[in-house]
Ligand binder design. Structure first.
Ligand code: BG6
Length: 469
């Protein structure tokens, strides 16, 4: 739909930026931090997470840059194993102090902290005991969440429970160095993560009822390859299994019926205990975080043994599933140099679908483009491709607002360069360049990229500069 005039972004709009603990902090074993599953990753060609962008030691400089950028919000995660080195039991006071200092620094800079409790970095000690396959991990998560809510009561107004639970279930390889759990185990873990989130919601309502909490899955519109009704059904299948299974539990408190039918058909429906469904029903989200990078295109499954493609999938690269859907290329869209399709209008579609289903405020918790970058001869980093990508997506977010979506804010990925989940520093995402090599930690100097200046103007003008370029 075309509108006769463009409405401005609301005054209260949370112009933000995102990171996650293990991808920026470094200091993986300092000041009492325990290891997480991510510390097991030791890629030969790419950076590991041991030093990352050294945010742990440079957070004051980084927050000063956030203030200069004009951020209204900063979405980051707490490293569970920095606070509870073994995931449960003894607290590490130095770890807790780090987050106290970070949050105080943000508040002093006038930046709203938006805090994720768990972003892919399960404490290794819990993983070794059985991780999310055990119900005791739900108890550990609740205890950790309670401590965070008590410690930051009155300071943090927005919490996110679990980052991309749907990615951890659908693309588990990046989470589990070594053996990837079976499909049955993964869906049992999924159920336990749902319960853990519901327990956190319940705890927050007791401890700090004015504060808001929601999930942060990776949500994308799924398109049928053609108008063939069978392609449309396949798109529905994948949209339900990939998106609505997760958001229906978080927002409505129940398992989506089609997702449940799929899980039962595949023998993957999790074991549930008495009271589980009531817990989910009674503790739903206040708002929905969503990470958006691309859309997916699919065609009908043929159930002939070839629906699943023999290729490596990732968050945005689908492989298909026997009897459910086939993954297709969308020839209408260009792709990033890492092969993710670029679809700004897909963001508008995704926001409209989500809001239409749930009628809850939505916060974009991630969106961005990763590419190879280096410092130019003039000492600057020229990332016009990121400006093009983000301004196109911001404009579509504005259209979604005009469509009636209650969009609270937008936190692009990422505030600064960080270790990508699969390609280290080859794939940079930040508004701020971090001067380090793949394996060599370099100077770690921070350099404002061209996109930093562009985003600064967008925030300063409340989005009005989007109309100018
Ligand atoms: C999201 C994750 O899936 O995508 C982030 O929440 C991740 O942790 C981001 O970094 C970009 O993906 P990648 O694989 O390019 O780092």
């Amino acid at each position: 739909m075309f509108y006769s005039e463009t409405k401005p972004f609301p005054e209260s709009f949370l112009w933000g930026a995102s990171t996650s603990a293990y991808q920026v902090e470094g200091a993986w074993n300092q000041d009492g931090k325990g290891p997480s599953v991510q510390d097991l990753h030791k890629p030969e060609k790419f950076s590991d997470f041991s030093v990352a962008s050294d945010h742990y030691h440079r957070f004051r400089e980084d927050v000063a840059l956030m203030k200069e950028l004009g951020l209204k919000a900063y979405r980051f995660s707490i490293s569970w194993s920095r606070v509870f080195p073994k995931g449960a039991g003894d607290v590490n006071p130095q770890g807790l102090q780090f987050y106290r200092d970070l949050i105080d620094e943000l508040l002093a800079a006038g930046i709203e902290p938006v805090v994720t409790l768990y972003h892919f970095d399960l404490p290794l000690a819990l993983h070794e005991q059985g991780g999310w396959s055990l119900r005791s991990t739900i108890d550990a998560f609740e205890a950790y969440a309670r401590l965070m809510f008590e410690t930051f009561r009155g300071k943090v107004k927005y919490w996110l429970t679990i980052n991309e639970q749907n990615v951890m279930i659908n693309h588990p390889a990046a989470m589990y160095p070594g053996n990837v759990p079976s499909q049955n185990e993964l869906h049992q873990q999924n159920h336990h993560m749902f319960l853990a989130s519901a327990r956190a919601v319940k705890a927050l309502r007791e401890i700090d009822p004015a504060t808001k909490i929601g999930p942060a899955p990776n949500i994308i519109a799924v398109y049928p390859k053609t108008s063939l009704p069978e392609d449309v059904i396949a798109a529905d299948n994948w949209e339900v299994i990939r998106n609505w299974l997760y958001l229906d539990v978080a927002a409505k408190g129940y398992y989506n019926p089609l997702a449940a039918a799929y899980l039962k058909e595949k023998g993957l429906y999790p074991h549930m205990e008495e009271g589980d469904l009531e817990l989910l029903a009674e503790n739903t989200a206040d708002f929905l975080g969503l990470n958006y990078y691309s859309t997916a295109t699919v065609s009908a499954a043929k159930n002939d043994g070839h629906d699943r493609q023999p290729r490596n999938g990732d968050q945005q690269t689908m492989v298909g599933e026997e009897g459910v859907f086939r993954a297709e290329e969308n020839d209408a869209l260009k792709a990033t140099e890492f092969g993710w399709k670029i679809d700004p209008v897909g963001l508008r579609t995704t926001l409209r679908r989500v809001y239409d289903r749930y009628h809850l405020p939505v916060l974009i918790t991630e969106n961005g483009i990763g590419g190879r970058e280096e410092i130019a001869a003039d000492g600057q980093v020229h990332d016009q491709y990121r400006i093009t990508y983000l301004t196109a997506h911001f404009r579509q977010a504005q259209q979604a607002l005009m469509d009636g979506v209650d969009l609270m804010g937008y936190c692009p990925w990422a505030f600064m360069d960080l270790v990508s989940t699969h390609q280290g520093y080859q794939k940079r995402y930040g508004f701020v360049y971090v001067d380090r090599g793949e394996l060599d930690p370099g100077t770690m100097n921070r350099i404002r990229k061209d996109s930093f200046d562009c985003y600064h103007d967008i925030i300063k003008t409340g989005g009005c500069s989007l109309q100018e370029n």
